[in-house]
Design a protein around this ligand. Structure first.
Ligand SMILES: *Cc1c(COP(=O)(O)O)cnc(C)c1O
Length: 459
């Protein structure tokens, strides 16, 4: 094929384009506050941004214009202080800017041989997290894409370990493998069970939504054979409730089972002196996860996955292949070996840089401040006769109802709020009753802003 006369070349000097892109990034990173923006319809995007992927290319200026003028405003700014739905993100300035360095550096994060410096720094962060949680110095793991992949990888390691133990004892495989978690555990555990083709044994929780040792004991009694792990949640996504981690861990240990703690959202609060006691018992974990892109002020996407005995994870996850053996057999620390992944971005590096910049103390203070705002707004909601707390907040999630409102009332209000640019607060529900919810992890989310959002319910 001969090149068309005006065809672009991917190796052409693109200095000017690079500067234009960096200028855009600089502008996006220096907003105070960033516009909330809003999703666009498919029709709108088809009209204004179609046919961008074609044989000849648009050229950088035109492509960048499509992004800045059409695509970017059609994406919500999840770091906007009024974005308090789902679990938002609120990366520090250092973490966000350093993510550009990760992008610019083409570091292969799967192996020590290729990425030693970056892998070392990531491991410093994992070792610090392990120490906060109370795992021994020999603990280790890897930053994976998200909590969903972190939970799956931990459970695969747990099952592999149980399988090896059975094989070593000359015992047959159980008819079905199973793990225990609570009814309030995250949907990613169901997804993991589906991928692994294992069953979930749901332990029941009390009115406070907390998993206890007794409930796990009861579930194990009913489960029969084939259980390979018990999963506790350190901060449920809906309510921010921390399970009784020591009780659950003690029961898991007594039964010789792998104990995994899903702390994707809430485990970050172990850093705050005010909430540290809630996490009593984390040191019993065989594995845990926490998502820096949730409450450790790092950009998407990163989940810290840590194992008490990393060798058990390696036995389950290391990939072998002719072209890989030089890496696999090196005896060095290869992050690929510790999760269901091979090629990987050093996605833990923005968090490392941010921690190295500000210090752990700044993180403790930021998390404590989020928790203070949560309690302030909960007090205001409690004092308002039109509002009702669904549960007392424990970490930084507040769930509440507006007296007399049905789902369509929440929907109309939520839509108006988004259009006003003040915030994103979507309807949620509990036990069939509609409600709404603030998840507060952004240092710029103030009580004053949340009061404005509450006031908007009265209009
Ligand atoms: C968010 C969350 C997950 C899933 O994490 P992703 O990073 O979204 O994949 C798992 N467990 C809990 C408790 C969570 O809050």
């Amino acid at each position: 094929m001969t090149a068309a006369p005006n065809m672009h070349s991917i190796t052409a000097d693109s200095e000017k384009l690079r500067e234009a892109i960096l200028d855009y990034a600089r502008t996006r990173m220096s907003y105070d506050a960033v516009p909330l923006d809003a999703p666009a319809t498919l029709e709108y995007l088809q009209t204004h941004a179609s046919n961008t992927v074609n044989e000849a290319g648009l050229g950088g200026d035109a492509a960048l214009a499509v992004f800045t003028d059409v695509l970017a405003p059609a994406c919500l700014s999840t770091d906007h202080p009024g974005y308090v739905s789902f679990i938002p993100t609120a990366p520090t300035a250092a973490a966000t800017a350093f993510d550009l360095v990760v992008s610019a550096s083409s570091i292969y994060g799967g192996s020590w041989m290729e990425g030693a410096g970056a892998v070392f720094a990531e491991n410093e962060v994992l070792a610090w997290l392990a120490a906060e949680v109370g795992l021994p110095d020999s603990a280790g793991g890897v930053f994976v894409q998200g909590g969903t992949l972190g939970n799956l990888s931990a459970l695969v390691a747990a099952r592999h370990t149980a399988q090896e133990a059975l094989s070593a004892a000359g015992k047959p495989r159980p008819a079905r493998w199973k793990f225990v978690c609570s009814a309030e555990a995250h949907s990613s555990l169901k997804a993991a069970a589906n991928v692994m083709d294992v069953d979930i044994v749901k332990a029941s929780v009390g009115a406070d939504g907390r998993l206890t040792g007794a409930a796990v004991e009861q579930a194990l009694g009913e489960a029969g054979e084939g259980v390979f792990a018990v999963v506790a949640t350190a901060g449920t996504t809906n309510f921010g409730i921390v399970d009784r981690l020591r009780e659950v861990g003690d029961v898991a240990k007594a039964h010789g089972l792998w104990y995994h703690i899903d702390g994707a959202y809430g485990l970050a609060a172990i850093l705050a002196p005010e909430t540290r006691a809630l996490f009593d018992g984390t040191e019993l974990a065989d594995s845990f996860i926490v998502d820096p892109h949730k409450w450790l002020y790092a950009p998407f996407d990163a989940c810290a996955l840590v194992y008490r005995v990393p060798e058990l994870a390696k036995a389950a996850h290391a990939q072998h292949g002719e072209y890989l053996d030089t890496l696999t057999d090196s005896g060095e620390w290869n992050p690929s070996d510790y999760a269901y992944n091979l090629t990987r971005r050093v996605r833990g590096l923005p968090l490392w840089f941010s921690l190295a910049t500000y210090g752990v103390g700044a993180y403790r203070e930021a998390i404590a401040q989020n928790i203070r705002v949560t309690h302030e707004i909960a007090d205001i909601i409690r004092a308002n006769e039109n509002l009702r707390l669904v549960r007392e907040p424990e970490l930084s999630v507040v769930v509440f109802e507006r007296e007399g409102w049905q789902l369509p009332d929440y929907e109309t209000w939520s839509q108006r709020l988004l259009e006003s640019g003040l915030g994103l607060v979507v309807p949620s529900s509990h036990q069939g009753r509609p409600n709404t919810r603030f998840a507060i992890i952004n240092p710029d989310t103030t009580t004053e802003l949340l009061v404005k959002i509450l006031d908007s319910m009265e209009q």
